[in-house]
Design a binder for this molecule. Structure first.
Ligand SMILES: [Zn+2]
Length: 406
């Protein structure tokens, strides 16, 4: 990587390692004029601002330095968090602030063609609601309830998403959006996909536990999945299958059929869907994970008991996960995240894991709640597009299409 490039300076500014021209010179060893030249590229693109903000450690007696900041308002991202029966979509600025949001029923098992067509329609309405022009959209991020290949970016062999295996999601969504907005440029917008638990983990780690170098999030909604952020990066494994703990099989539950087709999966006995079925069987009709959440919210005794039992089962599996990863934070998120489930998790986790692995472990519930997936999707898109290499490529492309300033 070119350590002196404009993209590299942008990373220092965004990361807070350098907040003024002087600091950029000190950190990079570049001359004053080279720093100015590189910054000019960033100013021309509209990506940064320079203003007298808070005085930043100016040398005593010197003039206060002007502060450089990433301009989070110069573009927007479109993001969607697709769940099995429901979806949430939003326009966000580059700092992850939601500018307009919509949520509603959207069945993932209707297949990608139908779901992405509907989503493009939602995006068009949201841009209108946020009063943002489509040419301000720099990227699209999708959170999906299945594994995503780290290189191809495709959904691969998802247990709960019939019809989505290796489907060209990016191409279909861009085409649908171009048709909705009558804007050919939509066909060039980057579309990035990632697993839902991974994006929730990314969002929560970035926003609330930035110093935690090993962060583990378990999402328990209709299904069960884990997201791991190690050293600041999502840990995907070699083909995106890392964290799919819902389909680990428990020997004592061989009778329970899972949606993936096998018997005895953790998700077949401890997920929101499994609890909904058990509640329904015991006389409380409950449709899905969100239905269980509603029952838990009103303190339904059966729901509370079942959630605690489910927590114990998940905690048993987490004893192994925590021993392997040794995280600083274990966050429980999703429809079941609440005191009964958390109590169950603690019971088996602390009993079965070595005290040394859990001595400094914080077990917490989600801070961002239902928006974690959206915030994570936006962070993924922004971090990808403004990383030094892609920032430099995009700046070069912009310079080629924009006449030079006189
Ligand atoms: Zn399964």
């Amino acid at each position: 990587m070119n350590q002196a490039s404009a993209g590299h300076l942008l990373r220092l500014i965004r990361g807070g390692q350098a907040r003024t021209r002087g600091e950029l010179q000190r950190v990079t060893g570049l001359s004053r004029s080279t720093v100015s030249q590189r910054l000019d590229q960033l100013f021309r693109a509209g990506w940064i601002r320079e203003a007298a903000g808070d005085p930043v450690d100016a040398p005593t007696g010197g003039r206060p330095s002007l502060r450089l900041t990433f301009d989070t308002g110069h573009a927007v991202v479109l993001c969607a968090d697709l769940e099995t029966r429901h979806a949430r979509a939003a326009v966000l600025d580059l700092g992850g602030t939601v500018l307009a949001e919509h949520s509603g029923a959207l069945m993932i098992n209707q297949g990608p063609d139908e779901v992405l067509g509907r989503l493009a329609h939602w995006f068009a309405l949201l841009l209108d609601k946020a009063d943002v022009r489509v040419d301000a959209v720099c990227g699209i991020g999708l959170s999906v309830p299945g594994p995503v290949h780290p290189v191809s970016g495709e959904v691969v062999q998802p247990p709960m998403m019939p019809g989505w295996d290796r489907y060209p999601v990016a191409r279909r969504l861009r085409a649908a959006l171009a048709a909705e907005l009558r804007f050919d440029g939509a066909s060039r917008i980057p579309v990035l996909l990632e697993n839902d638990a991974n994006l929730m983990a990314l969002a929560e780690q970035r926003r609330n536990f930035a110093d935690c170098s090993a962060f583990l999030l378990i999402k328990v909604s209709t299904g069960i999945g884990a997201g791991v952020v190690v050293g600041g990066e999502i840990y995907q494994g070699i083909d995106g299958a890392a964290g799919d703990i819902g389909h680990i099989r428990l020997s004592e539950y061989g009778y329970a059929l899972c949606r993936c087709g096998f018997y005895g999966c953790l998700a077949a006995v401890a997920s929101g869907r499994a609890l909904a079925e058990q509640l329904t069987a015991s006389g409380t009709p409950t449709a899905s994970g969100s239905g269980v959440r509603d029952q838990l919210a009103v303190g339904h005794p059966d729901a509370v008991r079942l959630a605690r039992e489910a927590g114990r089962l998940v905690g048993g599996v987490l004893a192994t996960v925590v021993t392997l990863i040794n995280p600083g934070v274990l966050m429980i998120a999703g429809d079941l995240a609440g005191p009964p489930f958390l109590t169950g998790v603690r019971e088996t986790l602390y009993q079965r894991a070595m005290p040394r692995t859990t001595a400094y472990l914080q077990v917490v519930t989600s801070r961002l709640g239902d928006r974690a997936g959206l915030v994570g999707a936006a962070a993924m898109v922004v971090e990808s597009l403004y990383a030094p290499d892609s920032a430099d490529r995009r700046l070069a492309a912009l310079a080629a299409t924009t006449p030079a300033r006189a």
